[in-house]
Design a protein around this ligand. Structure first.
Ligand code: GLY
Length: 567
């Protein structure tokens, strides 16, 4: 007999009952985790110099732009989710890239109306107007305690003096070799003598150091107007791009209300559009609560997670885009009533089919990209920041004389309804290319607050970001420590393609057999993915815990304040 779950929707979802919101208190020190040891050290330096979490976020973001150019950069953008300890205010700083004013809905289609993927992935036409420089100035001015020049100092040092080539960087340079070789400025920095650099040789970026110094001196105008902006626009246009001076001049950071979900004592605070992350997480968590997923056997929990993701990613494709340009049914998508409708459709004996919900399957593509860091300072301020230039090294085009490696975030738009982007994600007019629009993102910087802990979570990983964060939220609710949260094997479903992708170890053999018997298509991802960073403040026992994903080379740091170290 079918085990329809409709009746469960009547239950109150007691799985998180008993959790009260985190008590007001201050942590015993500070903790952070990022994707590169030099970036973590930059954050530690700034916190030890008297900066707060927001100054440290500026330092870590800028340092990552230098030492992890595959993932994010001053030519890219991101979302910085902030918690201000003194007022309890939470805000998302939206430094997402924006389409240039000459962008049109068919920009990445040929005369026959076919999408030409390379156009939105490699080279200057793929680049949207960067948001990170404006966001760092905004963070320092509105929320920081130290001068911008102080917070940028570690990154400037790393850019000028150089940093040693590490394994992941070398692997990604090899992967993007052809595209980078076409950009003389990028090749000069990353491909000495036209080939791959030797392991541990130093990468120096003097133009980027100059740019950061200019930003410290002149603020946003040092990037978005004047002689430097002219250099950017001329370089982009000479390489086939469509930027105009006014596109840079009008770029503004936006402050957005995060998506917040309060559910049985859990408080989840996450990224709002133009990120899809918070909406997907909110919908999925409510479906999991209604179906009592956390208290079920592991295989049933996984079944429910996959089915909840299937619908949530369908809705992502159908509805979500730039909130300044698209009306989105966010209230409905994140409502308890809608979650109950979804829960009622799930059958614990049989997988549904995405084709019954919408159009044809396309192949999944995933490339290492993006970056994340998490910080809690000794006052209880928090930053969860996920930053990107999209695919590894973004567009792989460096504008001559600027030090700026441009993003290829235009590929996050839906180049044509129903045609998948590099992550296999489909979309509709809601996420069409258009002048001044911000492409829909999966970046999901997230805070989890329960009765006895606060977690600052996030990861890179394209369309898989949201499912990784979801699994991190569930692990947090299970009481896992930071190392377990970042290490746990992952699985993913994004509606189309209609398959569950998994890392080795995500399912036991018995679970795999059972899920296949229920009708799910399981495909090994073929490798590990993600680079998760978790910082936990256990308010009940006054402990800080932080961990960097063992899949990457990042590091975490916990420093106790002197008073907290005394018995
Ligand atoms: N560029 C990846 C994302 O924003 O989802």
């Amino acid at each position: 007999m079918m085990r329809r779950l409709a009746q469960l929707c009547l239950l109150t979802g007691a799985l998180w009952a008993g959790l009260a919101l985190a008590a007001a208190d201050t942590p015993p020190g500070f903790a952070l985790s990022s994707a590169h040891p030099d970036a973590t050290a930059a954050g530690v330096e700034i916190l030890e110099a008297g900066g707060n979490a927001f100054d440290a976020a500026v330092a870590v973001s800028a340092a990552l732009a230098v030492v992890e150019p595959t993932g994010s950069g001053m030519g890219g953008g991101g979302f910085w989710l902030l918690h201000l300890a003194d007022t309890g205010r939470q805000v998302m700083v939206d430094g997402r890239e924006e389409a240039p004013s000459a962008a049109t809905a068919t920009l990445y289609q040929n005369d026959a109306g076919e999408v030409v993927p390379q156009l939105s992935r490699d080279g200057a036409l793929a680049a949207a107007i960067p948001g990170q420089p404006a966001a760092l100035v905004h963070l320092a001015k509105e929320y920081g305690r130290l001068p911008l020049a102080r917070s940028l100092a570690p990154a400037i040092r790393l850019a000028r003096d150089g940093f040693p080539v590490d394994g992941p960087l070398l692997a990604r340079l090899a992967y993007r070799f052809q595209a980078l070789a076409k950009s003389p400025a990028a090749a000069r920095v990353f491909l000495p003598d036209g080939g791959l650099p030797a392991p541990d040789s130093l990468i120096r970026q003097p133009d980027l150091a100059d740019m950061l110094e200019r930003l410290a001196r002149e603020g946003r105008d040092g990037f978005y107007t004047g002689e430097y902006a002219r250099r950017l626009v001329d370089g982009v246009r000479a390489a086939g791009g469509i930027w105009r001076m006014e596109d840079l001049a009008r770029y503004q950071v936006r402050e957005r209300e995060p998506i917040t979900l309060e559910l049985d004592g859990l408080r989840l605070v996450s990224a709002s559009p133009p990120s899809s992350g918070g909406v997907v997480l909110s919908q999925v968590m409510q479906v999991l609560s209604l179906t009592e997923a956390l208290s079920r056997p592991p295989v049933d929990r996984k079944h429910l997670v996959i089915e909840a993701l299937r619908t949530a990613y369908r809705d992502r494709a159908a509805w979500l885009g730039d909130p300044d340009h698209v009306d989105m049914p966010i209230t409905r998508l994140t409502s308890a009533e809608y979650a109950a409708e979804i829960a009622a459709e799930i059958d614990l004996e049989q997988a549904r089919r995405s084709a019954d919900l919408a159009p044809p399957q396309q192949l999944y593509a995933d490339r290492p990209n993006t970056t994340h860091f998490s910080i809690i300072d000794a006052e209880g301020n928090r930053v969860a920041a996920t930053l990107s230039i999209n695919l590894s090294f973004g567009s792989a085009y460096m504008v001559p004389g600027t030090g700026i490696l441009l993003n290829d975030e235009m590929d996050d738009f839906s180049a044509k309804p129903g045609v998948p982007n590099a992550y296999g994600l489909v979309g509709t007019q809601a996420n069409a290319v258009g002048p001044g629009r911000r492409p829909l993102s999966s970046m999901t910087p997230t805070f989890v607050e329960t009765g006895d802990r606060v977690a600052v979570l996030g990861t890179p990983g394209g369309s898989r970001i949201i499912t990784m964060v979801l699994l991190g939220v569930l692990a947090t609710l299970d009481g896992a420590d930071a190392q377990t949260i970042v290490s746990a094997p992952r699985y993913h479903h994004q509606y189309l393609p209609d398959a569950v992708y998994y890392e080795p170890g995500a399912f036991t053999e018995a679970e795999q057999a059972e899920l296949e018997a229920r009708g799910f298509t399981l495909r090994s991802a073929g490798r590990e993915y993600g680079n998760f960073h978790a910082v936990l403040w256990n308010t009940a026992d006054h402990q800080l815990d932080a961990a960097a994903d063992p899949r990457g080379i990042g590091t975490a740091a916990v420093r106790l304040a002197p008073a907290a170290e005394s018995p």
